[in-house]
Ligand binder design. Structure first.
Ligand code: NDP
Length: 308
């Protein structure tokens, strides 16, 4: 009998050029053969192409780090945000179910309404305040409804040494301006793409060996430990950056706190972005670092690039 040529990929990564996608390439490499797709090879707006890609690769794990992440733009571009964050995710879930593959997906604290001051648990009621949060929630719901084996990691305030993020924006602005006015009444945990990728790898590695792997499928909150406001975050970045020799015009004292109302944006943001990570820590025996730890490391990396 002729041998059938079947191309089997272990892990298919989508959104490889994003902050998390980039780090996943490093973190997941020891776990198996990777097929790495950016928007050109895995476009989530092209559902037929996405179906063809997954069916050709037949991965045992699909990791979707692609998303429509432009929170303010999504308010006036809801059709595209919905296509990428909900419809395409639903298709990935359906394909994963057909292949009996795992689907790893990332979601956001913006699925919550941000009320109160306690960290949100996975089981708390959702109530997104903006289009981005609504479409991300619909993506989660599509995955759960599909019955595929899945891990959904909800995270917050993601940054990395490459890509667009708040920390890098603060550095850019502080190089030009003497004063920065930053929102002080929204609280969350800055979380590095590196941490998200490393935890993803650790969880997947454990699932391979745990007899109860199927029962561990589900929704998990994944952020760094602790919390701060955008103002506290900006101040910390600037303090550290000055210590590392960045030529900034803004001093930490010149980072001034303002309220959300003083900085209106198209998309409403939650005041409380805290996520309770206990389920993740206890299920997989993980310790999550304080938010400052990886942030310092990222700033050291940026300082090294500047002086190189
Ligand atoms: P980035 O914005 O850094 O990366 C998103 C990636 O998705 C980009 O590389 C982008 O491609 C890609 N993408 C967008 N549209 C498409 C498409 N139609 N087809 C294929 N790829 C597409 O996001 P992060 O890495 O920060 O986010 C990772 C996950 O974490 C996402 O699910 C996000 O919703 C979630 N999250 C992020 C937060 C944050 O603060 N950034 C906070 C909470 C959750 P291209 O480079 O070509 O534009």
């Amino acid at each position: 009998m002729a041998e059938q040529a079947v191309h089997v990929t272990d892990i298919l990564i989508l959104g490889a050029n994003g902050q998390v996608g980039w780090e996943l390439q490093r973190a997941l490499a020891p776990l198996g053969q990777l097929t790495v797709c950016d928007r050109r090879r895995g476009d989530l707006e092209d559902l037929a192409g996405l179906r063809a890609l997954v069916n050709a690769e037949r991965p045992s794990i699909i990791v979707n780090a692609a998303a429509y992440t432009a929170v303010d733009k999504a308010e006036s571009d809801s059709t595209r945000a919905h296509l990428v964050n909900a419809e395409a995710v639903g298709l990935l879930a359906e394909l994963a179910a057909d292949l009996d593959a795992w689907l790893v997906h990332y979601s956001t604290d913006y699925v919550f309404d941000g009320s109160g001051s306690q960290p949100f648990r996975e089981s708390d009621p959702t109530g997104p305040l903006n289009v981005y949060g609504q479409t991300k929630l619909e993506g989660e719901q599509a995955i759960i409804a599909s019955g595929c084996r899945h891990l959904i990691f909800r995270t917050s305030w993601v940054y990395a040494a490459r890509g667009a993020n708040f920390a890098r924006t603060m550095l850019r602005l502080a190089a030009d301006r003497e004063e920065l006015r930053v929102i002080a009444d929204q609280v969350g945990a800055p979380t590095s793409a590196e941490l998200i990728a490393d935890v993803t790898a650790q969880v997947l590695a454990q699932l391979r060996h745990r007899p109860d792997a199927r029962a561990l499928a589900g929704l998990y909150h994944l952020t760094a430990d602790g919390a701060t406001s955008w103002h506290g975050y900006a101040r910390f970045v600037i303090e550290q950056a000055i210590g590392l020799g960045f030529p900034l015009r803004t001093s930490p004292e010149q980072v001034l706190p303002i309220s959300t109302q003083e900085y209106p944006l198209p998309a409403t943001r939650p005041h409380n972005s805290r996520l309770d990570t206990r389920k993740l820590r206890e299920t997989f025996g993980l310790t999550l670092p304080a938010w400052e730890t990886h942030l310092k490391r990222m700033l050291v990396e940026l300082a090294g690039e500047k002086s190189a």
